[in-house]
Design a binder for this molecule. Structure first.
Ligand code: THU
Length: 136
């Protein structure tokens, strides 16, 4: 899916803005995400930590769940903003893969630079997904 330079810039800015609302008092590693749905809507998410550490939610899953809760099912791009352009964790890769392997993931650092980019399918090869359940 081709995404314009302007769209990329908008998503990067939205992810950085979302990152400023992250709640990460324990790790101090703040993450923001901006997810472009095929409807054209942008959904944001941030990591929200918890004193029970395992209850923390990542920025990417926060964005995907928010979007899916609004009825969205197809996503073209997600920008993920961190200090160092870190890649999405395995759980987020799995959740993103549910809605398509072609979603482009932009990994953005605190300077707003895209450090790396890859599709969800590239980040999660040989994945288990909806098609695997369709045969049973
Ligand atoms: N985190 C995310 O928000 N997304 C990822 O894909 C990697 C990790 C968050 C979870 C936790 O709040 C902090 O970063 C450190 O792991």
């Amino acid at each position: 899916m081709k995404v314009s330079a302007q769209r990329r810039s908008e998503l990067i800015a939205a992810a950085q803005q979302a990152r400023s609302n992250a709640y990460a008092p324990y790790s101090k590693y703040t993450v923001g995400a901006a997810l472009l749905a095929e409807s054209g809507e942008v959904y944001i998410g941030a990591n929200i930590e918890n004193a029970v550490y395992s209850e923390t939610i990542c920025a990417e899953r926060s964005a995907v769940f928010g979007a899916a809760s609004k009825g969205e099912r197809k996503f073209s791009v997600i920008a993920v903003a961190t200090e160092n352009g870190g890649a999405p964790c395995g759980s987020c890769r799995q959740v993103m893969s549910e809605f398509g392997l072609d979603t482009l993931v932009l990994m953005v650092n605190s300077e707003g630079e895209v450090v790396r980019e890859a599709t969800v399918g590239e980040l999660l090869p040989m994945s288990f997904g909806p098609d695997d359940l369709a045969t049973s």
